[in-house]
Design a protein around this ligand. Structure first.
Ligand code: TRP
Length: 334
């Protein structure tokens, strides 16, 4: 990794199994970014415990996310893959940033409002300051770009505010990070309600295709996906169910919507669904083969996380030294 490359950082929570929507929306994008930038991709286990987790399950999911990312093409030679709780610098900066975070601004974060309204137990101090930890994740790497979903945009704005506030209080320290909001790729919608985004947390499991679904059930989900009764094979906003299926096909096959419409014009939706089921289940099968292979080799996974941690520490230690000096902490041996 050379020093003058721009820095890209993103973390993902180890909760819920990933869907093809996560792959086509975010992960595919990382795979491109790794060729050009100095990339840090972390697993946000610290964030995940702001809502109750089953400990053994959390450990399992942490490894599963890592194996998933690697099976989809993130290369540990190019990217630092790490677990957030392994690098304490995130927490050190989190504390410092808490001192310049205003309660008022935090209480306006929509994610906090939504999650804390769900149940009383969720209304904990860590969930309230969750966006401050996220800001620390980003700023401790002095990241230039942060690929996030649109739901995280407000948190990124807070991060920028905190960077500016710190810089003006203590002198120039942090770059002001830019979000990369992934809108270019086709948005994958629910198979049951094409007005809604495909989500890993949808209660109706037949609405989402999970990367770890059994390929047979993937076919079933596609065959029973909601379309319409127009009996008109077209790619239009007026037929959002069919449009979504065509989008999924294009994302995997690289074919254009026009060419698919050309092939299926005048034919029934069922024939198209069969082809799509084949395309997606083949992808899923090949993915799972790699995933299982990676997951089997526990020693290698540990080594990758250890190397990822070392790469990430090389970056964050320097920043934390600087921050501690600027806020006035006594540092030994300096
Ligand atoms: N909050 C993010 C999410 O739920 C995860 C996250 C934590 C993150 N820290 C981050 C994303 C830093 C980008 C940068 O999706």
């Amino acid at each position: 990794m050379t020093e003058n490359k721009k820095v890209v950082l993103s973390l993902v929570q180890p909760t819920g199994d990933l869907t093809i929507g996560n792959y086509l929306g975010a992960i595919q994008n990382f795979i491109k970014l790794q060729e050009k930038y100095e990339c840090y991709i972390g697993i946000a286990d610290l964030h995940s415990i702001t809502v109750p987790q089953v400990p053994a399950e959390l450990r399992r999911r942490t490894k599963s996310v890592l194996a998933t990312y690697m099976a989809l093409g993130l290369d540990p030679e190019k990217v630092a893959l790490f677990v957030q709780s392994h690098n304490l610098d995130h927490l050190k900066l989190y504390w410092v940033l808490n001192t310049i975070s205003y309660m008022g601004q935090l209480s306006r974060m929509t994610q906090f409002k939504e999650k804390s309204e769900k149940n009383e137990e969720n209304k904990n101090a860590a969930l309230f300051t969750y966006p401050v930890l996220m800001a620390a994740d980003i700023l401790v790497y002095n990241a230039d770009f942060v690929p996030v979903g649109i739901d995280q945009k407000q948190h990124l704005e807070l991060t920028r505010d905190l960077a500016i506030r710190f810089n003006s209080r203590y002198s120039d320290t942090f770059k002001i990070p830019e979000p990369i909001i992934n809108e270019s790729t086709r948005k994958i919608m629910s198979l049951k309600n094409p007005e809604k985004k495909m989500s890993k947390s949808d209660e109706d499991k037949s609405a989402s295709i999970f990367l770890l679904d059994d390929p047979k059930s993937v076919k079933k989900k596609i065959m029973s996906a909601v379309t319409d009764s127009f009996m008109n094979f077209a790619y239009t906003e007026d037929q959002p169910g069919l449009k979504n299926l065509i989008d999924i096909h294009c994302s995997f096959s690289g074919e254009s919507p026009e060419s698919i419409v050309e092939r299926y014009k005048g034919r029934g939706y069922g024939e198209f669904k069969k082809e799509l089921a084949e395309v997606v289940s083949t992808f899923i099968e090949e993915f799972q083969e790699k995933y299982n292979e990676i997951l089997k080799d526990d020693d290698r996974l540990e080594k990758i996380l250890e190397e990822g941690l070392q790469k990430s520490l090389r970056k964050t230690r320097r920043m934390m030294d600087k921050v501690y000096r600027k806020v006035g902490f006594l540092q030994l041996g300096k």
